[in-house]
Ligand binder design. Structure first.
Ligand SMILES: *[C@@H]1O[C@H](CO)[C@@H](O)[C@H](O)[C@H]1NC(C)=O
Ligand SMILES: *[C@@H]1O[C@H](CO)[C@@H](O)[C@H](O)[C@H]1NC(C)=O
Ligand SMILES: *[C@@H]1O[C@H](CO)[C@@H](O)[C@H](O)[C@H]1NC(C)=O
Length: 203
């Protein structure tokens, strides 16, 4: 009985050891996000690299964290670069963005994903690949230029789809970008480029 009480006491004190992480450069690291095993909650691991925060995918690719909204349990990561004069996302070798399903993060339902250089068979899925798709606007600007003239599509990543990956692959679509909370008639200059992730609160 005494043992049980002691074990319970240890469990309770460990769970309540609530220690936010120090700033990463000038950026606050809100609890439960964790840049170090001694602070935050270790399941919410992110990376502090020279004053910049990064999110690591299941395949080990690092995405820059652009903003964090601790009240909404959300953060926005930078979509991978599309390499100049190509239509390849820099995470193509990793198969695109992949989140570890055992971790408490998923892709929110506010992301409009645009896929580029897709093969014909992608047309079978519920995507908008018409000549009026938003993706056509992106092909006209700097980063999307290498994708000009390829088959491109957009879709809202809603709850009917997997919330743990955005796929990029040879023979599928080789590049993608993403806009958070895209409004129908918003001009490209005000698109909020990013991929919004949300996390399950610790308790
Ligand atoms: C595709 O998206 C554009 C831009 O939102 C829209 O005007 C068009 O009606 C959509 N087409 C289809 C087939 O859903
Ligand atoms: C488009 O994808 C194919 C493979 O699916 C690849 O061979 C080709 O180089 C890509 N095009 C561009 C412009 O990157
Ligand atoms: C993603 O996570 C949130 C909580 O963080 C949860 O409410 C939501 O149902 C999850 N979405 C999916 C599709 O699993």
């Amino acid at each position: 009985m005494v043992h049980v009480v002691v074990v319970l006491f240890i469990l309770v004190t460990q769970v309540s050891a609530y220690r936010p992480c120090p700033k990463c450069g000038k950026i606050k690291v809100p609890y439960p996000l964790s840049t170090d095993e001694n602070c935050g909650d270790p399941r919410y691991r992110i990376n502090c690299n020279n004053g910049a925060l990064e999110f690591m995918s299941a395949s080990g690719f690092y995405y820059k964290i652009l903003s964090i909204n601790p009240k909404a349990n959300k953060l926005i990561i930078k979509p991978p670069l599309i390499q100049e004069n190509t239509c390849y996302s820099s995470d193509l070798d990793q198969g695109g963005l992949m989140l570890d399903e055992n971790l408490p993060f998923n892709i929110s339902t506010r992301n409009t994903v645009m896929l580029f250089n897709c093969s014909d068979n992608i047309l079978l899925s519920p995507l908008n690949c018409s000549s009026s798709s938003f993706c056509r606007e992106f092909e006209e600007v700097g980063e999307g230029c290498g994708c000009k003239g390829t088959l491109c599509c957009h879709f809202l990543k809603d709850s009917s789809m997997t919330s743990h990956r955005i796929r990029a692959r040879l023979g599928g679509c080789t590049a993608y970008t993403c806009v958070v909370d895209k409004q129908p008639d918003e001009p490209l200059e005000s698109w909020n480029f990013g991929i919004e992730l949300q996390w399950l609160p610790p308790f």
